[in-house]
Design a protein around this ligand. Structure first.
Ligand code: IMP
Ligand code: MG
Length: 180
């Protein structure tokens, strides 16, 4: 836990800045080993992955390319359509390259499924998934997460990129909100 937690999430601190840093180092070391001699493309899922991918890509020691995709599930409404739309595709040519999709949290799995479907037509040589948090209770489709930071059963998390109505992304720790 940060000594002075000036930015409080308003619930329970679940994963501290220090714990996240350690976990990111471990994931980066595994990626370094698995992709030694190759140049993977990290594709961050906007907006929530922006902090995780920034830390992850600085913790790996291998060369890499970085881009982002934006996916929206909600359109103008507040209820998930269940069919996420890719509203910003990658601008990189992925042909023959290994790709690592970086997301901050997997919940239903529908977002990652849509991304993997989109990327599978890109000619990428392989597609791996790295998620900081794997939230299991509400999974609606099977998604293989190759690199997992933390596993939680359920609950609404904020901080380290995760938001509640666009707020709290800037908290250094990850918090479990008691109420939203
Ligand atoms: P999906 O349900 O797996 O498609 O997840 C879609 C997106 O919902 C995630 O990438 C997050 O941006 C967001 N999300 C899911 N669970 C949480 C949470 O606990 N806190 C904040 N955002 C979440
Ligand atoms: Mg996300």
């Amino acid at each position: 836990m940060s000594i002075v937690n000036f930015l409080s999430g308003g619930g329970t601190a679940l994963f501290t800045e220090e714990a996240i840093r350690e976990r990111v180092k471990t994931l980066a070391a595994r990626i370094d080993a698995d992709f030694a001699g190759r140049v993977p493309v990290f594709i961050g899922v906007l907006t929530g992955s922006f902090i995780f991918i920034a830390d992850l890509c600085r913790a790996v020691k291998i060369p890499c390319e970085i881009d982002f995709m934006r996916v929206e599930s909600y359109g103008a409404g507040t209820v998930s359509s269940g069919k996420p739309l890719i509203t910003q595709p990658t601008k990189l040519d992925l042909k023959g390259k290994p790709v690592i999709v970086v997301d901050e949290i997997v919940d239903t799995g529908l977002t990652l499924k849509a991304i993997i479907e989109e990327l599978s037509a890109s000619g990428a040589s392989e597609i791996k998934v790295c998620a900081l948090v794997d939230k299991r209770a509400k999974r609606r489709t099977e998604v293989n997460v190759d690199y997992t930071g933390f596993v939680v059963e359920d609950g609404f998390l904020v901080g380290y990129g995760l938001d509640a109505a666009e707020r709290k992304r800037n908290l250094p720790d990850i918090w479990l909100l008691e109420e939203i």
